[in-house]
Write a protein that binds this ligand. Structure first.
Ligand code: NAP
Ligand code: HSE
Length: 431
């Protein structure tokens, strides 16, 4: 029987591109049996041809001309593994316009442009798959779009950034301060030269936008997602959290209560009994709740050369099967609703507060009066060790709207008995 060959192009031969190259090479002997065709890399697009040519068996595959790939009608699938908004966005759009199927790992682009590109793919009956864009190797997009499609999902929360999870794990387990743990993350190659997108929660925010859009069948873009990073978390916060049976994790949270979607990224105290509490080091996990499935959790490596390539290659295999069976574009955009996103000021959370106040009678009553004024109900108060004439109060509140909490804190900050509000961290509360 004649061998069926599907020709593809890789855009980028960096961490993920080269990983994909290696995974496809290692799958070559059994690819045809597995998926019914052999995927052949016909072109690889880079900027520095010489550098890339030295990494591959056949240097003639490498080009710096996008037009060469776009105009090659034999190339049926393009894997965009360059990153950034442009020219990646234009290349994906042009590939789809030309009837080519696309795989991408580009969360920055999808979080900004998810709807437009998926609409175009649907119009062209092309596949646009992006499993690698959220939580690297972990299958989560496909399960949400397919295996869990018969659910009404109401919560997706995840640890979707490996760098910050590594940092927080070191702070929890080894008592490191943030700056020390960040330096270690950089030394071990987890943190990038500019770690801003990771430590400020922007990378996780992009993943939350993508996950929430799929889970609630309504477009959520990166601008809809409130993001707060981990730079203000201290070893002391970690210690107190542990004493209360909790750990602090950077959580990408999204919920739908039948009215509005909530979507944010923030450090959060979660009980040690929660499945996400034991997700440590650079691992990622996504926890999902739906009316039929109940609780489910997906766990694994969220980044890295081969783990991310595993997801890219899986998408390539799926498209190859769709091509062979003439069913491309089967699952296009799944956003058929237009749900509002709740403004952050209206989102309710429990809070962990650490406040330094004057150590004298009547101070607690003053704070209690402020909390009552702004409808903040206190769940627990603990007085920690005295620091000269100051007392450190640790307070856990019941659920309160963020806007009310902000006003209460503003008022407490202005009180003469307050030296400083040292920490304000959300605490997980069951729905
Ligand atoms: P990377 O190591 O920086 O590699 C980027 C590659 O794209 C390089 O080969 C580069 O070629 C090429 N490239 C960049 N701009 C180009 C342009 N304008 N024209 C042609 N080639 C261009 O990046 P990466 O870490 O593999 O990330 C790729 C994508 O995967 C990003 O969207 C990222 O967010 C996503 N992702 C990465 C990971 C991970 O673990 N790294 C995990 C999940 C998702 P030159 O070297 O010649 O410049
Ligand atoms: N920078 C990301 C992380 C990996 O630390 O998880 C790419 O998504």
């Amino acid at each position: 029987m004649e061998e069926k060959v599907i020709k593809i192009a890789l855009l980028g031969l960096g961490t993920v591109g080269y990983g994909t190259y290696k995974v496809l090479k290692s799958q070559e002997p059994e690819m045809e049996k597995k998926i019914g065709a052999r995927l052949e890399i016909k072109k690889i697009l880079v900027r520095n041809v010489q550098k890339a040519a030295a990494r591959v068996e056949d240097p003639s595959l490498v080009t710096d001309s996008w037009e060469e790939i776009l105009e090659d009608s034999e190339i049926e699938i393009v894997a965009e593994l360059m990153g950034g908004l442009e020219p990646a966005g234009t290349y994906i759009e042009q590939a789809l316009q030309a009837g080519k199927h696309v795989v991408t790992a580009n969360k920055d682009l999808l979080a900004a442009n998810h709807g437009k590109l998926l609409d175009l793919a649907g119009e062209k009956k092309c596949d646009l798959l992006f499993e690698a864009a959220v939580a690297g190797a972990i299958p989560v997009i496909t399960p949400l779009k397919q295996s869990l499609a018969a659910n009404h999902l109401d919560e997706i929360m995840g640890i979707v950034n490996g760098t910050t999870n590594f940092i927080l794990t070191k702070m929890t387990q080894d008592g490191m301060e943030f700056s020390e743990a960040l330096a270690l993350a950089a030394e071990l190659g987890y943190a990038e030269a500019d770690p801003t997108a990771d430590i400020e929660g922007l990378d996780a925010g992009r993943k939350v936008a993508i996950l929430a859009s799929i889970a609630y069948n309504s477009r959520v873009s990166f601008e809809d997602v409130y993001t707060e990073g981990i730079t203000k978390i201290t070893a002391r916060d970690m210690k107190y959290a542990r004493e209360m049976g909790c750990v602090i994790k950077l959580i990408g949270m999204s919920r739908y209560d039948g009215e509005k979607i909530e979507a944010y990224v923030a450090p959060m105290l979660i009980p040690q009994s929660h499945p996400l509490a034991s997700v440590n080091d650079a691992y990622n996990a996504v926890f999902v709740h739906g009316d039929a499935v109940g609780d489910a959790m997906f766990f694994g490596k969220g980044a890295g050369e081969l783990p991310t390539a595993s997801a890219v290659a899986g998408d390539l295999f799926e498209i190859a099967r769709n091509i062979l069976h003439g069913c491309c574009g089967r699952i296009a955009c799944t956003c058929y609703k237009h749900l509002p996103v709740r403004p952050m000021k209206e989102v309710k959370s429990r809070y962990f507060l650490r406040i330094l106040v004057e150590d004298r009678s009547g101070v607690l009553a003053e704070l209690a009066a402020v909390f009552a004024q702004f409808k903040v109900s206190v769940e627990q108060v603990m007085q920690k060790k005295k620091q000269s004439e100051w007392a450190e109060l640790v307070i856990i509140t019941e659920e309160v709207k963020e806007g009310d909490m902000e006003q209460a804190l503003q008022s407490i900050r202005c009180k003469s008995c307050t030296r400083e509000i040292s920490s304000v961290i959300r605490a997980y509360g069951e729905k």
